[in-house]
Structures are given as structure tokens and as C-alpha cells.
Design a binder for this molecule. Structure first.
Ligand SMILES: [Zn+2]
Length: 127
């Protein structure tokens, strides 16, 4: 049985059309997943930031656990303070401005003597 050129052409176009639809559906599905993932990411960030704020205010011990180090605070969090790690286990809450006055890194040891002296001076003076 002979198949005409037009019949071939029609069949081919139908297949191409169906394929295009499938690709479009697939694209839409991917886009939906992306949106859903973005929504979940945003929600996660929102919860994370809320939790951090809550922990900072109410549970200085918990908030100090955000770092890589297991830590315990020497004093309590207060408004405008930041947690400074005097060593890998211990944290002193000092005024943000003081904390940023000395460039330091617990990991490399850079500036640690200087900032720790400030932190302990502050701690003892506040007792
Ligand atoms: Zn620090």
C-alpha cells in the first residue's frame, strides 16, 4: 500500500506537535518545582532568622551554638552585644562596637590576645 507524501508529512507534523506539547509540559513542571523550591527556601530562611533572633534574645547558650564550636557563655546576652569566642568553648557577650574594634579570628589566632583582653576587661568591669 502506497503512503503519499502528504500522509507522511501529516503524521510527522502530528508527532512533532505532540513532542512539543510534552516538552512544554515538562518545562512547566520544572518551573513549578523551581517556584516551590524557592518558596521553601524563603520560608526556611525566614524561620532560621526568626529562630536566631529568638535564640539571641532568650537563650544565649543556644545562640552561641550557631558557630562551629561547642560553647558556653560567661555572661548573658544583652541588647547591642555580640558573642565573642574567647576560645573554642567559651563565649563572652561584649558590645558590638568593641567586638568590631579588633580584627580577630579564633581559627588563625589573629588578634585574639588583644580582643580577649578587651573582652575579659569588659566582663570583669561589668561584674
Ligand atoms: Zn569575636
Amino acid at each position: 500500500m502506497e503512503i503519499s507524501f502528504d500522509e507522511y508529512k501529516n503524521a510527522f507534523e502530528q508527532i512533532a506537535e505532540r513532542r512539543k506539547k510534552i516538552y512544554q509540559e515538562y518545562d512547566n513542571l520544572l518551573a513549578e518545582r523551581r517556584d516551590e523550591q524557592e518558596r521553601l527556601d524563603n520560608r526556611r530562611d525566614e524561620i532560621r532568622s526568626y529562630t536566631t533572633r529568638y535564640a539571641n534574645v532568650h537563650h544565649p547558650l543556644i545562640s552561641s551554638h550557631r558557630d562551629d564550636f561547642e560553647s558556653a557563655p560567661y555572661n548573658l546576652y544583652f541588647d547591642g552585644s555580640e558573642a565573642h569566642h574567647v576560645d573554642e568553648r567559651h563565649v563572652v557577650y561584649i558590645p558590638r562596637k568593641m567586638h568590631h574594634s579588633v580584627r580577630h579570628s579564633l581559627k588563625t589566632g589573629e588578634g585574639m590576645n588583644e580582643i580577649n583582653k578587651l573582652a575579659f576587661d569588659y566582663l570583669f568591669n561589668s561584674l
